[in-house]
Design a protein around this ligand. Structure first.
Ligand code: NAG
Ligand code: NAG
Ligand code: NAG
Ligand code: NAG
Ligand code: NAG
Length: 397
């Protein structure tokens, strides 16, 4: 905490009570973990990787006119940010954070769209209750963020498999306008077994990822597990980014999504972004069918003007430094425009979903402040929409 630029940004963005920009979203492709569907990695000879904007990203896919979205009132910080998209049986399931009163009292909601009509979304309801928003109650349920569905494959005692949903719970510290340093991973479980259980309803289990297990990374902010390509990983090991207070690191579990999760012994915090950038937010990892791992996040203070922060990896654990000639976002990664000039403002990533019929082509889902995205000169803040762009993964060998 304490960067003057960030304090200014937060002051601009604050609706009321403690702002919380640290909450992360996550996106989940059904083949990302727990399914034995990985292709063998062909990534070892890649020397550079980038995402190239192709089309889209200007007209919102969710805005104040979409049934189920909160109504637009003045320039209050409302709408959606963070969240998760998972593909299940040809359907996209998005789990964004719904802001009906700025960054507090939030809940996780559910929208769906057919994969072949990914611009038309239907509201399916709340996944979690609303956060209570009460100051100084130490139960990590003042604001509920960043739903991330997690598929646990069939196993003894759970013959159909089951969906879990990690959610980040924060306290409301009304004195600390920056907030976002005390996230805990709360785990919800679908009451319905099998792949169709993605629709819920979801019931809360005990906290699984208390900050204590993972210090000194000050809390947790998202949990979106995937498998690495490290040859010496034990079978079934899951990796995930986590962190808050703008430091971001990696952890792993050898016992499924419920953990326990162990902080990676080396390399934390990961060198993505830094305090000058306002810190990294919402780091999401996607394994492309090429085998290359794609890391996208919001480089706070930069992304409101320049788009998406990006880095890549051959194994999902070691991230390539100095890959980009664009705007630097710290030691690794660079900024990718998400729309044509004049519309590149970006808030948080939602998903990179690779086209089923065409390798290396992705739909990028993201959120952005409507005012700022339409007019870069507009003050930062206001209603947050969701958008979709088409991008190509360009690999150099
Ligand atoms: C939502 O977006 C559509 C398409 O751009 C636009 O026609 C409509 O006016 C927008 N609604 C709001 C409330 O901004
Ligand atoms: C909202 O922001 C826009 C863009 O800066 C501005 O033109 C408009 O006057 C603001 N509306 C209100 C109600 O403050
Ligand atoms: C990798 O690709 C990016 C995007 O084209 C480019 O800006 C950068 O210079 C490349 N890096 C190297 C080391 O070639
Ligand atoms: C931190 O980010 C700033 C702004 O992008 C950049 O100028 C600086 O070199 C970065 N510092 C490190 C250590 O990466
Ligand atoms: C999203 O829809 C567009 C057409 O509107 C299509 O080209 C693209 O392949 C779709 N994305 C995915 C991931 O299927």
């Amino acid at each position: 905490m304490g960067s003057p630029e960030r304090a200014m940004l937060l002051a601009l963005l604050s609706c009321q009570a403690a702002a919380n920009v640290a909450a992360n979203d996550a996106t989940w492709h059904e083949s990302s973990a727990n399914d034995a569907t990985w292709r063998e990695s062909s990534a070892t000879s890649v020397t550079n990787a980038t995402l190239r904007y192709l089309s889209g990203g200007v007209v919102p896919i969710l805005n104040g006119s979409t049934p189920g979205m909160v109504p637009k009132v003045g320039n209050n910080t409302l709408g959606v940010e963070d969240g998760t998209i998972v593909v299940v049986d040809g359907m996209l399931h998005m789990f964004p954070t719904e802001m009906h009163c700025g960054w507090t009292k939030t809940r996780v909601v559910h929208f769906t769209a057919p994969l072949d009509d990914n611009l038309t979304w239907t509201f399916r309801g709340g996944v979690t209750p609303y956060g209570h928003g009460v100051c100084d109650v130490d139960d990590h349920h003042a604001k509920l963020w960043s739903g991330s569905p997690q598929w646990e494959a069939p196993r003894p005692g759970e013959p159909e498999g089951r969906w879990y949903m990690s959610v980040v719970g924060y306290n409301e510290d009304c004195e600390d306008k920056a907030g976002g340093t005390d996230g805990r991973i709360l785990m919800f479980r679908s009451a319905t077994a099998g792949r169709g259980g993605i629709d819920g309803p979801y019931e809360e289990l005990d906290d699984i990822l208390k900050a204590d297990g993972l210090v000194p990374m000050a809390g947790a902010s998202v949990l979106r597990p995937y498998r690495s390509a490290l040859p010496d990983d034990p079978p079934g090991r899951l990796w995930a980014f986590y962190g808050s207070g703008w430091d971001t690191g990696q952890c792993y579990s050898d016992t499924g999504v419920l953990g326990p999760w162990t902080r990676a012994p080396t390399g934390n915090p990961r060198p993505i972004g830094n305090w000058s950038d306002g810190g990294p937010e919402n780091p999401l990892v996607f394994k492309s069918r090429s085998g290359v791992y794609l890391l996208i996040w919001a480089a706070n203070l930069l992304q409101v003007e320049h788009g998406l922060a990006f880095a890549w990896s051959k194994d999902g654990v070691n991230w390539e430094d100095n890959t980009g000639g664009g705007i630097r976002t710290g030691k690794a990664g660079y900024m990718i425009p998400v729309s044509p000039p004049g519309h590149v403002a970006f808030r948080t990533p939602l998903a990179l979903v690779e086209h089923e019929e065409r390798d290396n082509f992705f739909t990028l889902f993201f959120t952005a402040f409507e005012n700022d995205h339409a007019n870069p000169a507009a003050p930062i803040g206001g209603y947050e929409n969701a958008y979709a762009s088409e991008v190509e993964l360009v690999l150099t060998f």
